[in-house]
Design a protein around this ligand. Structure first.
Ligand code: SF4
Length: 246
């Protein structure tokens, strides 16, 4: 069945732009800063300030598009309209997929512009903390957008797979070219640099496969990894728990 037979919100909404409201908690900034050790107390005020600044200076937005999957084999996933994603492991992640959601989410350039000024002035610690604030906004916005999309897809009767990001084991950074072919990211003021990194830096891109018979699902109770013996698999979603009856 073609996705065109499905409810209207899953149709091919080219350049569906998402405005996202982010309420940032200082703990999210701490997580982006990494282990703070003994610095927790001395950085406390900087983190609070960065949390406020990042939440106010960011302009979180996203763009998404749904495409049908036509085939997934021999290291390539073919989508409608001739788009292709290449990666040795991708066909496994797309086993049973009928479609995929392409999404890019950005925090905007407000935080990194200020971080650059701080670094120029020599305010390195404040700059590093605020940079973590920008990362926290981008992660928060991407997770909200992803949760909303996954909910819509599940409501339409599909299972969803784990999000796949360019620059990871199953899909190398060249995958960004496909992301930016599929999505007109100019609409949210995001551009792809020659390095394949994105500007603003505080931007995330990913695809989410879905299908009624999708094999590799984003649900711990259904994921086949629990009983899969490929113990060193870099895409493992769940810990190996053994094969029942063995
Ligand atoms: S652990 Fe097995 S089922 Fe899970 S992703 Fe790897 S190969 Fe696939």
């Amino acid at each position: 069945m073609n996705l065109q037979d499905k409810p209207s919100h899953l149709l091919h909404k080219i350049n569906r732009v998402h405005d996202i409201a982010v309420e940032l908690d200082p703990e999210e900034v701490w997580r982006c800063l990494g282990p703070s050790g003994g610095a927790r107390e001395s950085l406390h005020a900087d983190v609070l300030k960065a949390t406020d600044f990042a939440a106010n200076a960011s302009q979180p937005r996203g763009i998404s598009r749904v495409l049908n999957v036509e085939s997934a084999k021999r290291g390539k996933v073919h989508f409608e309209s001739g788009y292709i994603a290449e990666g040795k492991q991708l066909p496994h992640l797309f086993e049973g997929a009928e479609g995929a959601v392409f999404m890019i989410t950005t925090a905007g350039a407000g935080v990194e512009t200020e971080v650059a000024s701080m670094m120029e002035r020599g305010d390195h610690i404040e700059g590093v903390v605020l940079d973590a604030g920008g990362s926290a906004v981008a992660i928060n916005a991407a997770e909200q957008m992803q949760a909303q999309i996954m909910w819509e897809v599940e409501q339409a009767g599909y299972k969803v797979g784990p999000p796949i990001t360019p620059g990871t084991e199953p899909w190398d950074l060249e995958g960004q070219l496909t992301m930016f072919d599929v999505l007109v990211a100019d609409e949210i003021d995001v551009t792809l640099l020659d390095s394949r990194l994105m500007y603003p830096q505080k931007t995330q891109s990913r695809i989410i496969p879905f299908g009624r018979e999708l094999r590799l699902v984003n649900d711990p109770d259904e994921a086949p990894c629990r009983t899969c013996r490929a113990r060193r698999c870099p895409m493992r979603i769940e810990e190996y728990q053994g094969v029942p009856g063995e």
